[in-house]
Design a protein around this ligand. Structure first.
Ligand code: ADP
Length: 577
């Protein structure tokens, strides 16, 4: 618990006034909960002794009626305020978490599964929020009520009867909590299994089109069934311990009640106690049940929250490998980028994907990159996005290492169009304007024209205002590509990277796009990764990448004059057409 308080101390410090207010409200609720039993005892004793007058009857009935009403209103105010506090905490934690996710680089995303990251921001944060608010209530209310009730039982009724009936409870509870504590390790395991289940479901939902197209529904259902069964089994261990607890405690409680009743009657016979006091005593004893169970539920919540906080903290402590420093330089444009002996290996791989890469990009040039699938073309060109640090060598931008510049500035230089497009559930305009949210209508029209997306607009219900389905599900492959290209073009980037982005468009559309690029981006840099040679034919320089190394370089005409992959594939391609 110390851990939870320490880790959430920033929130408690910020909200200390609310916590104090809640504390006093709870105190009031405790007092209001205890008074009716006292009135009841008093009423019975007054009736038994024959002292009941009209005045005392009004006082007793009035007291018994007013107190529950006051308690109801206090509880209402308390619940409202505590829910607000919980919402505030969960909002702030989620905001911190999402900020963290946005600040992380791709090594982080290679390390954690999507389902796991989602669970940490949903299940785990819920457990933390519950702990931070209901834990407070649990401690103040349950502990307060137990203390007050015991104090009243001892001070106003009978010390002896209290000791006789209540001592059995802490002994029983301690034994039960030892059993229950074993559950903790299963909770941690369960979280991991649950995250795996979420991941499997996510994969099936995201890949449902492909799964159906390949008739893989049964296989995927089996995979999901297995992950759900694993989840149920792991949960079952936890429930098993939980199921032990309440019935066993009820037995202990029953014994305490019998003891109080038997000894209470003996004390009445010996004139050590009045009937009214015994009834008040039994009411107080009855009142202890909820708070005691509540206290042990609290321990479960503490366990859950501790595990969740550790999982939350694990993410919050991650630091991006690619990050700015205090002395990162701004950059708005460039004259030359040089790859010097660049080698790159993905974080969890053994082998480098690209090795000893040397080439220069001069502002205004168009560079073509070709080569077999899996050769490392994407990996090579994505180095300009600063997703990872290079493993060896340097990328120099105007003579300085790329890592000395502000990451956002470097990314702003680039308009990257990937092969797999990310289309959001917004209208077409909003999807394109993600490249430059403040773009004017002219800039939007120009980007749409250069990307040859204009011809698609008549086929969309409401043209640029057409809502696009999730992941672009209502668009064709070519439309998605053209929209993606328009998104990159709208920011008029210093460097436009088409990473195999023309593969889903026909030869004529490709021709249109390439011609428009030449017309409108003459002074800017274009890097075109392509399978079709027509897309790179006019490039100032074409690099051939094979198995992670540059094996050929030159213009289209130069490359056709030498023996190698380029000429071979070019001949293949034109003979196929
Ligand atoms: P190309 O663009 O030439 O088809 P890629 O650069 O996409 O080639 O891939 C080159 C190699 O790097 C492939 O073997 C691929 O499996 C691997 N690779 C690509 N992306 C990742 C990644 N994020 N993590 C690990 N390996 C990757």
């Amino acid at each position: 618990m110390k851990n939870i308080v320490k880790k959430l101390s920033w929130f408690i410090k910020k909200e200390w006034k609310t916590y104090i207010r809640l504390f006093f409200l709870l105190l009031l609720i405790i007092i209001l909960s205890l008074i009716p039993a006292y009135f009841l005892g008093l009423a019975i004793d007054t009736i038994v002794s024959g002292d009941l007058t009209k005045k005392s009857l009004i006082f007793l009935v009035g007291g018994l009626a007013l107190i529950p009403i006051s308690r109801y209103f206090s509880s209402f105010i308390y619940n409202y305020r505590v829910s607000k506090l919980a919402q505030k905490l969960s909002f702030e934690l989620r905001e911190q978490y999402l900020r963290k996710l946005f600040s992380m680089d791709l090594s982080f995303y290679a390390k954690y599964d999507k389902g796991d990251l989602i669970n940490r921001v949903t299940e785990d944060l819920d457990a933390i929020t519950v702990a931070a608010t209901s834990l407070f209530e649990g401690i103040v209310f349950n502990f307060g009520l137990i203390t007050f009730a015991l104090a009243l039982m001892i001070a106003t009724i009978s010390f002896k009867l209290t000791i006789i009936s209540v001592t059995i409870m802490p002994i029983g509870l301690t034994i039960l909590n030892i059993i229950r504590h074993k559950k903790r390790k299963y909770i941690a395991k369960h979280r991991i299994i649950y995250a795996k289940m979420t991941d499997t479901i996510l994969e099936s939902v995201e890949g449902q089109k492909t799964i159906r197209a390949y008739g893989q529904e049964d296989e995927y259902l089996d995979i999901q069934k297995k992950s759900i069964i694993d989840d149920i089994n792991s949960w079952f261990y936890i429930v098993k311990y939980e199921n032990w607890f309440v019935p066993l405690f009820e037995v202990i409680y029953g014994v305490a009640y019998v003891l109080a009743f038997v000894f209470g009657v003996i004390f009445i016979i010996n004139s050590q106690l009045t009937l009214g006091s015994l009834i008040t005593f039994l009411s107080y004893l009855g009142m202890l049940y909820g708070p005691i169970i509540g206290m042990s539920t609290m321990f479960t919540q503490i366990n859950n929250a501790t595990i969740s906080l550790d999982r939350f903290d694990e993410i919050m402590k991650e630091v991006p490998i690619v990050s700015d420093t205090n002395v990162s330089l701004p950059i708005l444009s460039f004259n030359e980028i040089e790859f010097k002996n660049v080698t790159f290996k993905y974080p969890f791989d053994e082998k480098a994907v690209i090795r000893g890469i040397n080439f220069k990009i001069t502002k205004g040039q168009t560079i073509g990159i070709v080569g077999p699938t899996g050769a490392g073309k994407s990996t090579l060109i994505r180095q300009l996005l600063r997703e990872f640090n290079v493993s060896d060598g340097n990328i120099l931008v105007d003579g300085k290492d790329i890592s000395t510049y502000k990451i956002d500035d470097i990314r702003n230089l680039v308009g990257y169009v990937p092969q797999a497009h990310t289309i959001f559930k917004k209208d077409v305009t909003a999807n394109i304007k993600m490249g430059k949210p403040k773009a004017s209508q002219d800039q939007l029209d120009k980007a749409v024209r250069i990307a040859d997306f204009e011809k698609d607009l008549p086929f969309l219900d409401q043209g640029l205002e057409t809502m696009v389905g999730e992941s672009g599900s209502t668009l064709s492959g070519g439309q998605k590509q053209r929209l993606s290209i328009a998104r990159a073009l709208i920011k008029d980037p210093e460097i436009l990277i088409l990473d195999d982005s023309l593969s889903a468009v026909d030869a004529k559309t490709e021709d249109n796009i390439i011609n428009e690029l030449k017309r409108f981006r003459g002074d800017k840099t274009n890097i075109i990764v392509a399978h079709r040679f027509s897309a790179v034919r006019d490039a100032n320089i074409i690099l051939v990448l094979e198995n992670g190394v540059i094996t050929q370089r030159g213009t289209h005409d130069e490359l056709l004059k030498e023996e190698g992959w380029y000429k071979e594939q070019y001949i293949n391609q034109i003979t196929m057409v």
